[in-house]
Design a protein around this ligand. Structure first.
Ligand code: SAM
Length: 281
């Protein structure tokens, strides 16, 4: 059967290289190249862009990113079984795919971007392994080099829908919490489209969603560690009034300093109010 890019169908690739999906590695593969192209397209134009991909697996999304004209894909994959399959893609797109065998959680993306993208634009696109997706997002939102705007121009990431809802949530929304505050503080985030379980092999239990995030050029100034301490305390007891939930951080006195009603609950505070409160810590 012919494919969009002339490479073998992904189902055949998985069979030929014995890539039976491992749950421990969060492996839910996408075989439909129309769908992977749709995901890659939601990252916007890719010409001249160095793309970082986490978990290329058999290469469905990688192939879409390359077909859409990315200058280069740097893919970090933990499962060595995927490397021979990806080597085929590399041969097909000479010089445009570099696969790094390793753990994305231990990867210094900022350093890698400085080395590989040579000052050019960088986008991150991934169908993330669900077990590490949220942590990776936080690592990209709070980069170790402390630089903002960060090394990336956009993040286009597949999450479980429930996580997507938490990322884009605003105040007074049931899904609003620590993730929504940090994402809303530093980025403009929106959900692009849902992907049903049956689009994956094997199908996960829940619907997934693609989230697109772009960095705010100048987020409100705030010390990340203070904001994290505050949101941890406030959302740790989200049903309680703030005077109670953040008592150990200063409670009523702190709230008065920031001119916030002590009877309010965490989920009613906007990102701007959280930042104001953190800045009073
Ligand atoms: N991109 C492929 C696709 O869309 O079909 C595979 C996506 S699958 C949801 C997640 C991939 O991430 C798997 O290939 C898995 O081996 C890889 N992976 C899991 N944990 C990882 C980690 N810590 N670092 C890098 N890759 C990881």
């Amino acid at each position: 059967m012919a494919t969009l890019d002339g490479l073998p169908p992904l189902r055949d690739v998985v069979e030929r290289f014995g890539l039976d999906a491992k749950k421990a590695l969060g492996q839910n593969f996408l075989f439909d190249l129309n769908l992977t192209q749709k995901i890659a397209r939601s990252a916007g134009p890719l010409e001249g862009v160095t793309v970082f991909e986490v978990g290329p697996g058999p290469g469905g999304l990688t192939r879409a990113i390359l077909a859409l004209g990315a200058k280069k894909v740097i893919a970090i994959e933990r499962d060595p079984r995927a490397l021979p399959a990806l080597a085929e893609v590399e041969t097909y797109y000479p010089g445009r795919l570099e696969v790094i065998e390793g753990d994305a959680l231990k990867t210094d993306f900022a350093a890698l971007a400085a080395e590989k993208a040579e000052g050019g634009p960088v986008k991150i696109i991934a169908n993330l392994p669900y077990n590490v997706g949220t942590q990776l997002l936080i690592n990209w939102l709070i980069p170790t080099d402390g630089k903002w705007p960060p090394f990336w121009e956009s993040l286009t990431l597949m999450f479980q829908k429930e996580v997507g809802l938490r990322i884009v949530a605003n105040e007074d929304d049931d899904h609003y919490g620590r993730l929504g505050v940090v994402a809303g503080w530093r980025t403009d985030a929106h959900m692009v489209f849902d992907v049903p379980p049956q689009a994956f092999s094997p199908p996960p239990k829940v619907t997934s969603t693609v989230v697109h995030l772009t960095p705010k050029a100048s987020p409100l100034p705030c010390d990340v560690s203070k904001l994290e301490r505050l949101t941890q305390a406030a959302f740790g007891q989200r049903r309680k009034m703030l005077r109670q939930s953040i008592k150990s951080l200063g409670g009523e006195t702190l709230l008065a300093k920031a001119d916030i009603d002590p009877q309010r609950r965490a989920e009613t505070l906007s990102v701007e109010e959280f930042v104001r409160l953190a800045n009073c810590l």
